[in-house]
Design a protein around this ligand. Sequence first.
Ligand code: SF4
Ligand code: SF4
Length: 138
Amino acid sequence: MNCFGFIFAIANLSKLKIKIVMAIIITDECINCGACEPECPNTAIYEGADDWRYNDGTSLDGNVVLPNGKNVDAAEAQEPISDEIYYIVPDKCTECQGFHEEPQCAAVCPVDCCVPDEDVVETEEELLGKQRFMHPED
Ligand code: SF4
Ligand code: SF4
């Protein structure tokens, strides 16, 4: 989606009073301090070059169909999204919805490089749905 399309979509959703939120992304200004990783309630943050899994820090088990329709093996090691800096898995980030009032990674990052990802726009409802899906017992 280009910039105008993005703004248009946000404006339309605002008219419908749907709260728009986005997953968080770590920019290349990351200094690899590691402060954000233990703060994530969804274990969505990984050190650069580390594999990640859907079942790390969640209740997901075996083959699961994600809320976005993707079919995955929760225990299967997934390729790192970055080899150089800490990264966030968009499928696991809920912008801390259901756990905290604000994104905890952004709150602790000393260089403010945890920012909304304009390529991963979701409604508050969708993010809460992801949170409940990953942590049905909470
Ligand atoms: S916003 Fe919250 S859920 Fe998303 S990566 Fe940061 S700490 Fe994790
Ligand atoms: S807190 Fe910020 S600088 Fe430190 S690892 Fe996380 S994203 Fe990088």
